[in-house]
Structure formats: C-alpha cells, structure tokens
Design a protein around this ligand. Sequence first.
Ligand code: DUC
Ligand code: ZN
Ligand code: ZN
Ligand code: ZN
Length: 487
Amino acid sequence: MTTKVIKGGTVCTADRTWKADVLIEGEIIKQIGEDLVGDEYIDAEGAYVIPGGIDPHTHLEMPFMGTTAAETFESGTWAAATGGTTMIVDFCLPGADGSIKNAINEWHRKSAPQICSDIGYHMAVTGWDENVFNEMKDAVDMGVNSFKHFMAYKGALMIEDDEMFASFKRCAELGALPMVHAENGDLVAELQEKYFSEGITGPEGHAYSRPPELEGEAANRAITIADAAGVPLYIVHVSCEQAHEAIRRARQKGMRVYGEPLIQFLTLDETEYFNKDWDHAARRVMSPPFRSKDHQDSLWAGLQAGSLQVVATDHAAFTTDQKRAGRDDFRIIPNGSNGLEERLAVLWTEGVETGRLTPNEFVAATSTNVAKILNIYPKKGAIVEGADADIVVWDPKITKTISPANHHSVLDYNVFEGFNVKAQARYTLSRGDVIWAWGQNSQPQPGRGRFVPRPAFSSAQKALSQWKALNTPRKIERDPQNIPAGI
Ligand code: DUC
Ligand code: ZN
Ligand code: ZN
Ligand code: ZN
C-alpha cells in the first residue's frame, strides 16, 4: 500500500497544537510524529494540518418550495473540498409516499454516483403515523441516527407538538438524536399574511415576518418536549439570542441540548434585506433570516463559551432565476443561501484572525464537535492513528476575495461576495486521496465518496427525563375523615 507523509506542518486539533508529520497508509492515519518517511510527500511547511471540515447541515438537490436546489451532490462536494470540507451531512426529505426508507434509498440513488467525498444523512420527520414510527427503526439500521422536525413551513413540512413528542420518544427508544428547525410556524404564517396584505411584497417582508421572538419560543418549546421525552436535542441554524438563551439555560440545568449557528448568521446581518436591489436581498432570503449585529455578538459569545458547539451552512443553493419566482411575493422566494465552500475560510478570517476563536476552537466548531455530536468520532473529526485520513493542509497565508468568478458552486452569485478571506486549503485529503490542491483545480472522480453510517447512541449518551410529572404517578391520598363538608 502506498504511504504519504504530510510533512513539516503544525498539527492543530480540537485540544492541542504541535509540530509533527502525519503518515497515511491507504485511507487511514498510520502515525503522527517527527521525521516520518513515506512513498510520497505533501508539503505542509508554514501551514496547519487540521481534521477535514464536516458540514453538519446541507441541502443538495433538495426538492423545496416548488423547485429543486441547484447545487448537485457533485458540485456541492467538489465545492466543499476546495474549501477544506471533507464530509457533509445532508437532509433526506420524504417523497410523496411519505416513506422514510424510500427517501433514504432515493438519496443514495442521487448521491452515490456523484459525491467527491463522504456523506451522511439526517432524516426529516414531517408527519406522524404507524409507518413513520416503524420506519424510524429502519433509518437507524441504515445508518441514519438523527431526525429533523420542522416547527415552521405551515401547510408543508411543519409538524405539530403532539407529533413531535411522539417522534422524540421514539428517538429516545432508538438511541437517535432529534433535531428541530425552531420557528413558530403558526405565527410566521400569520405575520406573512399581515405584511403581504399591507403591501409589503419584497424580501424585507421575509425578515419582518420571522422575528427572533418566534425562534426563541420554538426553541424553548422543543427543549421542553425533548426534556419530557428524555432525549438530547440538536437545534439547527440558531440565529438569535433568544434561541441561544434557551439552549444556554437548558444546558446549565444539565440537559443535553446542542446549538448550531451558521457561518452566514455569524457574519452577515439583516441590512442585507433593506434598501438593497431585489436580487441582492432575495438571494439572501433564508429561514431563519439574517439578524442584527447584537444577535451576531451573542452567537460568537456562545461559540467561545461552549453554549453553541458547531458552525454549519444550511447550504441550500437557489439561482437568481429560481429566486425570481417570488418577484411579487416574498412568501414564495425559495429559502436558502450558500456557504459550503466558504465556511472554513470565513470562520477563520472573522473568528481566528480577530481573536474571537483559537485555532483549536475553530477545529472543534468545524469538525471535531460535529463528529462527536453525530457519533462518528474519531473515525472523522480527529487526527489520531486509525482515523480516516480526512485532512486539510490549512494555509493561513493564502488570501482570496470571494466571488462567483472563482467559486466552485453552480450558483451565479455568492452571499459572501467581496469578503477578503485570510486562509485557504492548500491541500484537501479525503481518506488519503488528495482531492484538492491549491492552484491545480482538478476535480476528483465523482462517485469516489462514500456514505458514512452513523450508529445509534449508547445509553450513556441519552438524556434522562427530568419530568417527574410524566415519570412518577402522583395521587392525592384522600382521607375521608378530613374532607370538609359540602365537597
Ligand atoms: N431554511 C432554509 O433557508 N433553507 C432550507 C430549509 C430551511 O429550513
Ligand atoms: Zn400548530
Ligand atoms: Zn431549517
Ligand atoms: Zn436546513
């Protein structure tokens, strides 16, 4: 088996930083140490050697809001590789038959011939019946151990509280992780109607109709339901202080609740929607929407304090033409924005270069914490002997101005256009193969990526229900002698 040595770099993991070479044999990290020898060498002088990025939240080729996300499994995983991300976790949505098993097989059918690097899935639970209950077990057996619940998108994907409670209890039984899109969908629908009927038809109406209070309410509600069900909870795309506060409070009480801010929310704000040309604003329409600077500060603080654990993208790429379906009605602009290729470079520039995050915290948020929370650590997310050789030679001296002219996404724009980023992937390796080399731009073989099954959690990772009301039968002992007259 050929061996490769990543030579002369500084290994940077979630917990330490040290000078070392990394020896790769086949797909696996074989040894970490000084002066290692191999058949081939990869130059890491002056660069960090970090675990490949894992984006826990993408929507490639997702059928959504009357169209299909333009980023394919091929273009998406290629774009990811160029930005230092070696694995994505994509959301499967059930098709018209509502079957979970069929949806997972459909995702395999679409992704397998196309992916340039590894992939995992989450499954969406968009309704509740016996079939869903049964098929959740099939999903876990198929290596999908997390289930997303949409508390918004009324009339489409939204799930009711009783259904969510049933699904969360099923997750507890199966050792699976429930996830929520936390926004109060009933009130969002009311506000959309209100603003639209008042004549606000443009993208600013999208931001007005999805205020942070509605995200905070839903986050609190989901936490309460998870607590009652005795299951951990992962809250996707946390955008605001209200949702962050709910997570902070729950964690302080001992609940296993995780929060995922997006790179967009950390670095772009609501002014993108106001007094901008229609295309500019519509391209940035996503749910939840971008917030004010105060909310950004809260998210950065959460990453530093550990109350928020990972940074994702929710990469859901719709072209300008697709966005224009909502030209006269903000309610039908396809929701989603890009970030898969930019996540690491933007987080490094706005987080590490500004002193808000250490390089180790950067690695934790982009890779290691994701692998731990999604139960694929240390196969992924680690530079240790025996781990998959998903490694990035991260060069803090390569600068770039982000532009649709130099990105690898199929999108005709980029929400980070004009950002000057201060680091880039010099090399990206996926299971030992160099799938990106700065300056060479040669795409790896589509289909070389693999599906990564994620096992159910052990009982130690489950959360205990703190709900005495549900778990301890309570009865008032009636003493017939003491019942007052008249009752
Ligand atoms: N939000 C988006 O903006 N796009 C995809 C789905 C979602 O919840
Ligand atoms: Zn409802
Ligand atoms: Zn969502
Ligand atoms: Zn999403």
